[in-house]
Design a binder for this molecule. Structure first.
Ligand code: CAA
Length: 382
């Protein structure tokens, strides 16, 4: 793996960095207070190619690859983590349609997702009673004479109230009468779709998270994405890629906390000198920077492997997500410690970062699930 960035990767990184600095960071605290969904910023990001970084140019994507995508999420997360997760889910939804959709589905949905006509797409896998055990879902699509009838309930749907298309996983029955899992593209405005109230979360207030109920929603045959029964594998493959996105988001949040803590440490004076001159603070800064760099390398490796498309990268993606989210949580915690009492107030951004980062150890598979994915792969290889 070559760890120097090519021209495209550097350009995407720089574009995202400038946008995060000029457009996102200055508004992040007020967006957090108002919990306002960042419609305008997302439209601008679509214009910059950030809503489909690893999507083909024919569908309006930047066609810049997975490493560039990860670099972009790291930068956007430094500006506003809530915007980064919205971006990451949109990219993931677009990639699922690109990889498994028919040409009609690709042409219908992807340019709208990458070009900003849709503010976002949504990934509807989890349910009130089915989280880590994704295969235990109860949402069901019954075959009808001219399509499907979808009923059930999904939970924790990122961007669900603003999505242009919902990817919905549901149980279906195969010709032998056995249950399997299939995937459908659902119009959020269809009759029978009810979008719930936004969840009141600890952090990432400007990202929208809702439950969605489906009551006998009529779907045509061409709503099926991929083959019948292929849904679970598609979900797992999508989450392998999604976990690179969450690892990247966590790194961005950790880096932002580090930068805030370092800036404070060189300004703040106690006992007649800068607190950055005390070894207690220096060791904290050194540990945060080292762990985030290790997380970055793990994440770049997973992104690079995905880009090669030569072998599965589940283990590496799970390692990246596990390590990056835990390192970023430690970074935010230590950043608050460096800022002392000020870090515990909303006057300084580390309080928000601490709230924003916590969920990276939970969503797109809890870190306990990441350990299961890693361990199963290690045992398989033995
Ligand atoms: N790629 C391809 N296929 C895969 C796969 C992968 N990464 N992982 C599993 N599969 C296949 C298996 O090979 C197996 O296929 P066969 O039946 O042909 O053998 C099938 O899928 C079932 O696999 P498992 O037996 O491993 O399934 P399991 O029920 O034991 O579950 C799990 C495995 C890893 C625990 C899985 O349920 C899981 O990932 N759970 C976490 C769910 C999750 O991450 N949810 C996040 C929600 S989305 C979200 O948070 C987004 C957001 O909005 C931010």
């Amino acid at each position: 793996m070559d760890i120097t960035l090519n021209e495209t990767q550097s350009l995407v990184q720089e574009t995202a960095r400038k946008f995060a600095g000029a457009d996102l960071r200055p508004q992040a605290a007020s967006r957090d207070e108002s919990a306002e969904f960042p419609l305008e910023s997302l439209a601008k990001m679509a214009g910059l190619g950030l809503m489909g970084v690893n999507i083909g140019g024919e569908y309006g994507g930047a066609e810049a690859g997975v490493v560039a995508y990860s670099l972009a999420v790291i930068e956007i997360a430094q500006g506003d983590p809530a915007v980064a997760v919205t971006m990451a889910v949109n990219n993931m939804v677009s990639e699922v349609i690109q990889q498994f959709g028919t040409s009609a589905q690709r042409e219908r949905y992807i340019p709208r997702l990458t070009g900003g006509e849709y503010s976002s797409g949504s990934f509807c896998l989890s349910e009130p009673g089915s989280g880590s055990d994704a295969a235990s879902m109860r949402t069901r699509a019954e075959k009808t004479s001219d399509g499907w009838s979808l009923s059930g309930a999904k939970a924790w749907v990122t961007s669900g109230a603003y999505a242009g298309v919902l990817l919905v996983w549901a149980k279906t029955r195969n010709t032998a009468g056995l249950d399997e899992i299939s995937l459908f593209c659902v119009d959020p405005k269809a009759d029978g779709v009810a979008i719930g109230k936004p969840e009141k979360k600890m952090g990432q207030h400007a990202s929208n998270t809702v439950s969605i109920a489906f009551d006998k929603v009529e779907l045509s045959d061409d709503a099926l994405l991929g083959e019948p029964g292929q849904g679970f594998k598609i979900a797992m493959m999508a989450l392998d890629g999604g976990r690179i996105g969450i690892a990247s988001q966590a790194i961005g949040i950790g880096l932002e906390a580090f930068n805030q803590a370092r800036a404070y440490a060189v300004e703040r004076r106690q006992f007649g000198k800068r607190i950055a001159d005390f070894q207690a603070i220096q060791f904290k800064l050194a540990d945060i920077a080292t762990e985030l760099e290790a997380a970055r390398l793990l994440t770049m490796r997973a992104a690079w492997l995905k880009e090669q498309a030569s072998r599965p990268f589940s283990r590496e993606a799970s390692m990246a997500k596990l390590y990056a989210s835990e390192a970023a949580c430690r970074a935010c915690d230590q950043a608050i410690q460096i800022l002392g009492g000020y870090g515990y107030t909303r006057e300084y951004p580390v309080e928000k970062l601490f709230r924003d980062v916590r969920v990276t150890r939970i969503y797109e598979g809890t870190n306990e699930i990441q350990r299961i994915v890693i361990a199963r792969d290690l045992i398989r290889q033995s």
